[in-house]
Every structure is written in structure tokens, then in C-alpha cells.
Design a protein around this ligand. Structure first.
Ligand code: FNR
Length: 372
């Protein structure tokens, strides 16, 4: 018999100081509507519409910390100086609508902007070993001083996030950006203590940064950390190949102070390793015992990146929503992040709660050109 499990998505979630009225998060998504790093009132309204539209947690688009080389495009918001006040207003507005909000803090490392590759030259960026991918040059090799400074800028962002009233903070550790460039052996060829043959050794930059952040923000402030195997434009890339290796990757991050892992996949239903249906979020939860968040093609017929190549409408798919609810019910993960479907439809969460699947708006990359 068909059982409708949609209500599972709308159960409250609580962890340390983070309280969510449901399990749905808006996934972090760069929007290029913040000239000179300033989020405009249009950006504020865009987030408020999602809060009013019933989502439990908003993870903001990637924000740059206060390090000049930690941004690759000037229309991507920064998270320091006077720009913090604009974020404070967004936080207050989101809270008034009953949702929670976490900034995603991001450093591109040696990756140029993929949509606007000429926005910044590779020489103005930095990376662990001067590479963005296998034999793909990107950024200048970081000194130990650069590493310490980059780490300190992440910590300052976290302290700021807590002071500005954010409910939690996410570090972007996936998709081929700075943390990921340290994790991946194709981009981390360092001979010092930040490199090494094992993923445990290459995780040192992340564990040191997380540990310092945890000390600075205290025990109760929730830290999310996004991981992925895939990289932008390199979908088959893999950092780990077995559950044992995954454990060597994520357990040190959990020990250093990560509370919740945001496990990025392009299709949430794809098993991470042979012999089990568990996806990356399922495995990470099983191995660490930490709460996890899944993401990837929830509510849409086409996955992220394929939609850019085809430029076609991606239709709403209730079956993928039902499927993720079933896995949530089984306890494979704790939170469910929705990306493009929430760009298309600010009221996505309310419509799903009310089973108004036919009212959901289809997604196309055209929609990224405005703030709906
Ligand atoms: C993204 N994604 C992304 N991820 C991230 O960690 N930080 C970011 O700033 C962005 N930026 C971004 C912009 C746009 C326009 C898209 C479509 C995607 C990836 C995003 O968070 C999510 O993981 C994927 O889109 C997959 O989820 P959906 O869209 O299939 O629900």
C-alpha cells in the first residue's frame, strides 16, 4: 500500500542551540547579485521569501571571509566590514518568519569563477600546490603563513556569524574549492604537514581550522561542514573509495568540532559504495554518529550541471520528494537540502507540505538570471 511520508519532512529538528521547525533547508547557491560584495535589498527579499515559504533552515550562498584572495568575483557577497550589517538585517527578517539561517563561508582556493572565468586571474588566487585539478593549474602555492592566515579568516567569520545572530555556520568543504583542494590528492601535493599520502593527513588544514573555530565560538554554536566527492566540472572525481577511507576523512573533522555534515551529491539516491544503498549522507552518519544533511535533485527531473548543458526546463518530480522522505524516515540522515527547486519556487516547502505538487514551478538556468 502507498504510504505518504511527506509529513516526516516537517518534523522539528533540534541540535545544540539550533532549532528548526522542519527538516528542509535551502541549499547554498551563489547568485551574483551583490555588487562589490554588498548584498542588496533584492537579495534580502529573496531570502525572506524562502523563509516565509516555509523552509526550516536557509544556508546562504557562498560568502567570502576577509581575505583578499578568498573571492573570485566581485558580485559574490563578502562577509566582513560594513557588509555584515546587511546580513544582520537578513538574519532578523528570516527569524521573524520563523526560519533559521546559517552563512556558508567559502574560499575558492585556486578555482576561477566557472560562470565568469575572466573575473579573476589565476595568479590572484591561492591553492595548496598550485593546482585546481589533475594537471590543471590554479592559484599560487600557499606558504605556511598563507595557510595560517586563511584559517584565521575562517575563524573570524564564524565569530562574526555568531555575533550577528546567525543560528549556525557552514564551511564549504566540497566542490573543488580550498578545503577540498587540500583533501584531494590530485590538488594537494605538499611535502609539509598539510600534505600526505592519506586523507587523514590531507585533512589537517580543515581539522586545524575547525578546531580553532570551535574554540572561538564555544560548544553550543552549531558548525556544519559541506563535503563532496564531485568537483565542479569534474563529476567523477573521488577523494575516498571505501567506507574505511571515508571514516579517515570525516571522523577527524567530527572530532575537531563539526556538528552536522552537509553531504553534497548531484543525485541523492546514488549509493556511495558498492554493496549498500546508503548515500554519502547515510554513510557519514553511520560512521560518525553525527547528524547529516542530504542534497541532490530533490524535486527535479534533471541534476545540477546537466541542466546547464541541456538548458531545458527541469520538471518537478514528486517521486524524488517521496523517496527522500522514505530515507529520512529510515534515519539515514536528518536534514534535506533543496537547491534549484527553491530558486524556482520560493513557496516550495509550503506547497510540498500541502501536497500541491502540481503547483510547483519547473526550474531552468534562465531563472538564475533574476532573483525570483
Ligand atoms: C549551487 N551550488 C552551490 N553549492 C555550494 O556549496 N555553494 C554555492 O555557493 C553553490 N552555488 C550554486 C549556485 C547555483 C546557481 C546552483 C544551481 C547550485 C550547489 C547547490 O548547493 C546544490 O548542492 C546543488 O544545486 C544540488 O542540489 P539541487 O539543485 O539538485 O537541489
Amino acid at each position: 500500500m502507498f504510504t505518504d511520508l511527506i509529513d516526516v519532512l516537517f518534523k522539528p529538528f533540534e541540535y545544540k542551540s539550533l532549532k528548526l521547525h522542519n527538516r528542509l533547508a535551502m541549499a547554498p547557491m551563489t547568485r551574483y547579485f551583490s555588487p562589490g560584495g554588498h548584498p542588496t535589498t533584492d537579495v534580502a527579499e529573496y531570502y525572506l521569501r524562502r523563509a516565509r515559504g516555509g523552509v526550516g533552515l536557509i544556508v546562504t550562498e557562498a560568502l567570502s571571509p576577509d581575505r583578499e584572495v578568498a573571492r573570485n568575483h566581485d558580485d559574490i557577497p563578502w562577509f566582513h566590514g560594513e557588509r555584515r550589517e546587511a546580513w544582520e538585517k537578513i538574519v532578523d527578517g528570516v527569524h521573524e518568519s520563523g526560519a533559521a539561517i546559517a552563512p556558508q563561508i567559502w574560499h575558492p582556493g585556486g578555482a576561477r569563477d566557472f560562470t565568469f572565468p575572466d573575473a579573476k586571474l589565476s595568479d590572484d588566487l591561492e591553492s595548496p600546490s598550485g593546482f585546481y585539478g589533475p594537471e590543471v593549474l590554479g592559484g599560487r602555492e600557499m606558504t605556511e603563513e598563507d595557510i595560517a592566515d586563511a584559517s584565521a579568516s575562517f575563524v573570524r567569520s564564524a565569530v562574526d556569524a555568531k555575533a550577528r545572530g546567525f543560528d549556525a555556520l557552514e564551511f564549504h568543504g566540497g566542490h573543488g574549492y580550498l578545503f577540498d583542494q587540500f583533501f584531494w590528492d590530485a590538488t594537494n601535493k605538499r611535502g609539509d604537514r598539510y600534505g600526505g599520502a592519506s586523507i587523514g593527513e590531507r585533512a589537517r588544514f580543515a581539522t586545524e581550522t575547525i578546531r580553532a573555530t570551535r574554540e572561538a565560538v564555544g560548544e553550543d554554536f552549531v558548525l556544519l561542514f559541506r563535503i563532496s566527492q564531485w568537483k565542479t566540472k569534474m563529476y567523477d572525481a573521488r577523494i575516498v573509495h571505501s567506507p574505511a577511507e571515508l571514516e579517515q576523512w570525516v571522523q577527524p573533522l567530527a572530532d575537531a568540532g563539526v556538528d552536522i555534515f552537509d553531504c553534497s551529491q548531484r543525485r541523492y539516491w546514488e549509493p556511495e559504495f558498492d554493496g549498500s544503498d546508503l548515500n554519502l549522507a547515510g554513510w557519514t552518519k553511520k560512521l560518525t554518529g553525527c547528524p547529516t544533511m542530504t542534497v541532490g535533485s530533490i524535486g527535479l527531473a534533471t541534476d545540477v550541471m546537466t541542466d546547464i548543458e541541456t538548458n531545458e526546463l527541469s520538471a518537478p518530480t514528486p517521486a524524488t520528494i517521496q523517496g527522500v522522505a522514505e530515507r529520512l524516515e529510515r534515519g539515514e540522515f536528518d536534514l534535506v537540502a533543496v537547491g534549484r527547486a527553491m530558486i524556482a519556487d520560493p513557496d516550495w516547502a509550503i506547497k510540498v507540505r500541502e501536497r500541491r505538487f502540481r503547483d510547483l514551478t519547473a526550474y531552468s538556468v534562465e531563472l538564475t538570471k533574476t532573483l525570483v
